[in-house]
Design a protein around this ligand. Sequence first.
Ligand code: APR
Ligand code: ZN
Length: 226
Amino acid sequence: MKIVVLTGAGVSAESGLGTFRDEDGLWTQYALEDVATPEGFARDPALVHDFYNARRQNCLSSAPNPAHFALATLQKSKAHEVVLVTQNVDDLHERAGSLDVVHMHGRLLGALCADCDARWDVAAAMAVDDPCPSCAAPASRPDVVWFGEMPYHMDEIMADLETCDLFAAIGTSGTVYPAAGFVDLARQAGAHTIEINPDPAGGGFDAVIAGPATTAVPDWVKSLVG
Ligand code: APR
Ligand code: ZN
């Protein structure tokens, strides 16, 4: 069976990374227009770097949780073909042992040159005038997809959705497109669709497992790999 898994901030919530739209979420502390749009970065790049530097530190000081490990087990079990797509920019799936994680919104631990499109890994803080290691332009930015920008790997994701047998959305509010529309594409392709969330978004899934990721995901994986 081919399974496409889509994760959102909820899969990392119990690792202490918080979410965006829960009551104390990031978008209640920052205006997303200021820190997650190209216009915000042009207006005040230092503020945007501060925002992502804080999230990068938070990410580096957190640890994967049982949901991340369970999804890595599902991938490595080879019982099914598994495509793991995440909206998250943290590296907790990788640190739990997942391979080929499809980061459709980019990566906190990645940097991008706005001038020459070079990409490189960053673990420390970034600053406005950091020179690009390829062209030396002071044009580096977090390699994160902002609102109004095209998510990464969309062709690959669409092809996987059109050929999957099972689609599982884990820990996402289903409010941001194109990810919010993946369940419809999967269903049109004939896949069974499930949502795992303590507070299900109710986006027309065939089944819902209402529970926190750290218990619901390991149970779900056990049901698939025994
Ligand atoms: N386990 C599973 N899900 C949880 C948990 C948990 N312990 N705690 C909260 N959730 C769920 C919430 O019920 C909610 O549905 O996680 C979801 C978090 O929703 P959002 O904060 O909107 O995060 P997400 O859906 O990933 O946002 C999508 O929006 O801001 C952009 O680019 C950003 O990738 C992000 C995108
Ligand atoms: Zn460059």
